[in-house]
Design a protein around this ligand. Sequence first.
Ligand code: ATP
Ligand code: 3PG
Length: 408
Amino acid sequence: MTIKTLDELLSDGVDNRYVLVRSDLNVPLDDGRVTDDGRIRASIPTLQLLVERGAKVIVMAHLGRPKGQPDEKYSLRPAVDRLDELAPFAVEFADDVTGPSARERAAGLAAGSVLVLQNIRFDARETSKDDAQRQDLARELASLTGDTGAYVDDAFGAVHRRHASVYDIAEVLPAYEGNLVRSELEVLSRLTTDPAKPYVVVLGGSKVSDKLAVIENLMTRADYLLIGGGMVYTFLAAQGYKVGASLLEEDQIDTVKDYLSRAEAAGCQFVLPTDIVVADRFAPDAKHEVVPASSIENSSFGASGTGLDIGPESAAAFSDRIRSGATVFWNGPMGVFEFDAFANGTKAVAEGLKACSGLTVVGGGDSAAAVRKLGFADSDFGHISTGGGASLEYLEGKELPGIAVLDN
Ligand SMILES: Nc1ncnc2c1ncn2[C@@H]1O[C@H](COP(=O)(O)OP(=O)(O)OP(=O)(O)O)[C@@H](O)[C@H]1O
Ligand SMILES: O=C(O)[C@H](O)COP(=O)(O)O
């Protein structure tokens, strides 16, 4: 691959030139307040280099999954305000994507300034399956940059999306790889090229079918695959157990059965929880009990019980297994960590990574938010990736459209 780097763009000179940067500012919000600013902090270094060299920087970013039209709930404003607070440069905000506000502010942008456009997903063309629609938006975005514009992809968390601001724009403007994308790929490549053994992978979270696909590839690489979070229940169902009202993807049960039957031959051991914290409902103050993973419906809540965390015995076993790993990759919380009563499994896994002397990588927006919320420091881990789906697709060995398009 020959990908042009940010350094090359800087040495070509950006003074007074427009540079369109795709950043991942998709951060969790609570009541309009940013609850984890990790992705915002990670976006600053690339922007700062451009600002210092006198570029007119226009940032494109998304927040959540709005339905292709403006929706105040998904405004980027809180993320932009936080960026403005954290960054050593001032940040302006356009309250549309390529409309009058964006055009006027872009035209008046001074050298060494940053303008962030409103949530790019407010424009339905951004995520359209129709190439022509996306290309149309890409051309409109490029037109904000005059004749000498360049594009920098710094949104590692979104490189797995074939979207206008990630993919099509790189075919319209000279395209470069941002430093965040570069450093993420450098660390993640250590997980795919001869990882030190034992290699332990911990998977959890709620995007079950997204994550099942990665197992296929990881089975042949990892020595241990620890399964927690919402994924557990599809595995327990595949083993013939009833899971009450827990998160379950029935159409994935056969796939999981297939994985379980092939694991040994692939040299990989699945480690499933032996106990589960079952709740009477999905709520922070739900009543809850610890039961064996094989008998979730035997709790006092019967078939309406829902598994919201791995139990204490499993948490301790997971933590021990992780501690003795030489390479550890973790994606997805072990339970509904947002509710204190169901955060213990996630905390134990984080403790295991902290105590591990090997290479430890945490991938995923929610996983990163979880460890910070639980009081861990970024320095407790070897690397906290800004990409959830992106890091998984990388490990799966899939081509990442946002990277492939940068290849000249
Ligand atoms: N047993 C469970 N039942 C329901 N939800 C669960 C369960 N365990 C974990 N979760 C939820 O999973 C969510 C995180 O899952 P997700 O798959 O999005 O993680 P991630 O990969 O770290 O994030 P991202 O993909 O956004 O980068 C959390 O909000 C958590 O509450
Ligand atoms: O949160 C993420 O993983 C990235 O920001 C991409 O978001 P998406 O899954 O909504 O495309």
